[in-house]
Every structure is written in structure tokens, then in C-alpha cells.
Write a protein that binds this ligand. Structure first.
Ligand code: BEZ
Ligand code: FE2
Length: 407
């Protein structure tokens, strides 16, 4: 048994002062050190540095490790030129991205306080890295393929990758999961099969959704920048689904939709009514010129959301704190002291609930995934702790996953 003592602890009831957390693999109790020592007299006491805050480990719900080699290869600024650059550079980027590089990015995530991440896997090449990394990994096997001719072949390849991740889940912290690439790139027949598979195995389910204006125009009218793209690469000029058809494919099983920047309020309200949620990637959206997700509308609709970095294919780091700081800037109209705690909650308890994980909250019986953030000085009020944490944290001080210390 360990007892971690800090000036502040972020609990589901807010920040509490001068308390401590008792844990082994799971959290046992949150109380004063004196009270905890009455119950656990032999526990190892760990005192954190002054002005430290214990948070639940952060959850980055959406990252593409396989694209970690990108620095300046892909074109940022606008979605369609970026997608073209992905097609042109994909093979080379994949080749340059070895296990060492992906391990390093997992470690960077760990040092930013990410104890669980959702790995969107196009090819399964990061499976070994995800098996070895200390973090819990929701391993999202991605299905892609709009062309009916190749759909069965691509579905079978996807099934093999799902099986491989299922085998790994017995000896690692991998949780097998299903990702649909997008409404424009997955044929409705295999889409239906994949959603049914996720439901049958109760696997987390995710999909990119209405990321760009070009995607919306293509799905609504079969027009715009995607038209030339599909004519060039796929010899077609008709989208495989409408927005409505795509959304209805998920009617019977909740999914985590990534981006949704271009979704209307009505579409978001429908997602809420079906128990879905949104992954918000502020830097990716800004770098690819996709616009700003109206998080205030998500709040108004009580549509849950997480915060995610997306991959290095559309970002500059996989740090969750870099992402929080970007969110504070992107949503410049929001009162900053109100937004900061919402971002923290979105990346801990909300993300855990969305992915069906028993972490994300510092309370008894949750997995002991804990992160220590050390502020450079004393906060004046408890209400400011979330904001100071986001502004000042470049690296966290300590990380525990299932009670084991990794940083
Ligand atoms: C498709 O299969 O339709 C597709 C694949 C990659 C990017 C876009 C579309
Ligand atoms: Fe993505």
C-alpha cells in the first residue's frame, strides 16, 4: 500500500486541500494522512513537492502513432491539400516510423501525464509498441475502403488486426477497439458489419466525422474538393453515404466521433440523443484549417467530449498539456477560468466514461492511475488551480499506472 500526499487533489467533488490518496493497484481511499494511517499503518508514505496537485492520469482518446515520423512532410493549412500530401507521403512516413520512434512518443505522452491513450491503427504496426508501453491503450483497429470491389478484402484485413489486438489484450493493458475511418471512406456494407462487431464484443467504437468543410460538401452534394480527389484516386464521383445514413449506422451502439467541427447543432443534438460523444482535437483542426469546434454548443447540449492530440501527422507534439493550452487559445471567447477545469474534466472522468474505463477519477475502487503536477508557486484560490496547472505544466513530476510508478 502507498499513500501519496499533496497540497491538492483533484477529486470528483473538486480540488481538496491537504489530503492524501491510499492505493495499491486501485485507489483505496482519499482522506487526511492521519486517518489513512489508522487504516493502513504500514503503508509507504510518498510526499510530493510543495504546491503539487494530484490528478487522475490523463486520457488522450485519439492519436495516430504510425504517423509519428512527420515533421514537415505533410502540408498544413487546409484539409484537402493535407490529405493529398498524406497519400503522397504515406509510404515513406510509415517506413521511417520504427518502434524506437513510436516508443519515444509514448514516453513523451507519459511525461505529459497521459496514462491511457486511444491508438488509431491503420495497419497494426504499432501493436508491439502498445503492448510494451506502460500506458493503457485502447487499440482502435481502423477500417477503411469505400470501393465495393475491395471492401471484403479490406474488411478481412481489418478482422485479422482486431484478432491480433484481442490476443495481446490478455498479456498487456491493450483494450481491443474498432475505428471507422470516416463517412467518405468506408462502404456502408462493411461499416454495418464493423459496428455490429464492436457491439457484439462490447468494444469501444470511434470514427472521424465531419472534420472539414470539404467533407460536408462532398457528403451533402457530391461536390467540392473531394470530387477531384475521388475522381483521381478512386475513379468515382459519388459519395458512398449521406451524413444522415452514416449517423444512423451508429444508432444502436455508442461511438466516439472525432472532430465534428462541421456538424450542425441538429446533428450534434441527434448524436447526444443516441449516447454518442465527441473527441476534440484543437491543434489538428487549426493546423488543417478545419475551423473551431463549438465546445459551448456541446456543453449546451450536454454532449460529452474528450480532448485529443490526433497524430503527429496533424500536430507538433503529443503532449496533453500543449493541447490544453492550444484549446485555451482557440476558444478565445470562453472565460478562461471556466474553460480550464472543463478541459481537465473532459480528459479524465469524461474520457474514461466515454471509453468505458475504470479510471479518470480519484475515488475508492478506481484504477490507481495518478499524475502529480507541481505548480511553481502557491495558487491564490482553489478555483485557479486548473488554469495554473494548464499554463505552467510542461512535464509532470510523477506518474503511477495501476499503482506502479513510471515517472
Ligand atoms: C477510400 O477508400 O475511399 C479512401 C481511402 C483513403 C482516403 C480517402 C478515401
Ligand atoms: Fe485522426
Amino acid at each position: 500500500m502507498k499513500i501519496l500526499v499533496a497540497d491538492y487533489i483533484y477529486t470528483p467533488k473538486g480540488f481538496v486541500e491537504y489530503q492524501a490518496v491510499a492505493f495499491d493497484t486501485h485507489i483505496k481511499a482519499v482522506d487526511t494522512l492521519e486517518k489513512l494511517l489508522e487504516t493502513y499503518p504500514k503503508a509507504q508514505i510518498i510526499r510530493t513537492a510543495p504546491h503539487s496537485v494530484i490528478y487522475p492520469g490523463f486520457i488522450n482518446t485519439h492519436v495516430h502513432l504510425e504517423f509519428s515520423a512527420n515533421k514537415t512532410s505533410l502540408e498544413y493549412g487546409s484539409f484537402m491539400p493535407w490529405l493529398d500530401s498524406v497519400i503522397a507521403n504515406r509510404d515513406e512516413l510509415m517506413q521511417c516510423c520504427d518502434n524506437k520512434m513510436m516508443h519515444k512518443e509514448c514516453d513523451n505522452m507519459l511525461r505529459s501525464g497521459i496514462t491511457t491513450f486511444g491508438a488509431i491503427s491503420s495497419f497494426g504496426t504499432e501493436l508491439e509498441v502498445c503492448e510494451k508501453t506502460p500506458q493503457r491503450v485502447v487499440f482502435f483497429n481502423e477500417l477503411i475502403g469505400s470501393n465495393a470491389q475491395y471492401a471484403d478484402m479490406l474488411y478481412n484485413d481489418f478482422l485479422e488486426r482486431v484478432k491480433a489486438s484481442q490476443s495481446c489484450s490478455k498479456s498487456s493493458k491493450i483494450i481491443p477497439a474498432v475505428a471507422i475511418h470516416s463517412p467518405y471512406s468506408v462502404h456502408p456494407v462493411i461499416l454495418e458489419k464493423a459496428v455490429a462487431l464492436a457491439k457484439a464484443h462490447q468494444m469501444p467504437l470511434s470514427s472521424h466525422f465531419l472534420e472539414s468543410q470539404a467533407e460536408r460538401e462532398w457528403l451533402e452534394k457530391g461536390e467540392g474538393e473531394f470530387k477531384a480527389f475521388f475522381e483521381k484516386y478512386f475513379n468515382t464521383s459519388k459519395p458512398v453515404s449521406t451524413i444522415e445514413e452514416f449517423i444512423h449506422a451508429f444508432d444502436n451502439y455508442p461511438a466516439h466521433f472525432t472532430h465534428a467541427v462541421q456538424a450542425t447543432k441538429e446533428e450534434l443534438a441527434y448524436l447526444k440523443s443516441r449516447g454518442h460523444s465527441i473527441a476534440h482535437c484543437p491543434r489538428s483542426n487549426r493546423y488543417l484549417g478545419c475551423g473551431r469546434l463549438a465546445v459551448e454548443t456541446l456543453r449546451e447540449l450536454e454532449l460529452p467530449y474528450s480532448v485529443a492530440t490526433d497524430g503527429l501527422s496533424s500536430n507538433d507534439s503529443l503532449s496533453i498539456f500543449d493541447e490544453f493550452r492550444a484549446a485555451l487559445m482557440l476558444h478565445h471567447q470562453a472565460p478562461i477560468n471556466k474553460l480550464a477545469p472543463l478541459l481537465i474534466k473532459a480528459s479524465t472522468q469524461d474520457a474514461a466514461e466515454i471509453l468505458g474505463l475504470n479510471c479518470g477519477r480519484i475515488e475508492a475502487d478506481r484504477l490507481a492511475d495518478l499524475v502529480v503536477v507541481t505548480l511553481p508557486d502557491l495558487p491564490q484560490t482553489k478555483e485557479e488551480i486548473a488554469l495554473w496547472s494548464i499554463i505552467h505544466t510542461k512535464e509532470i513530476s510523477e506518474v503511477y499506472i495501476e499503482g506502479v510508478k513510471y515517472v
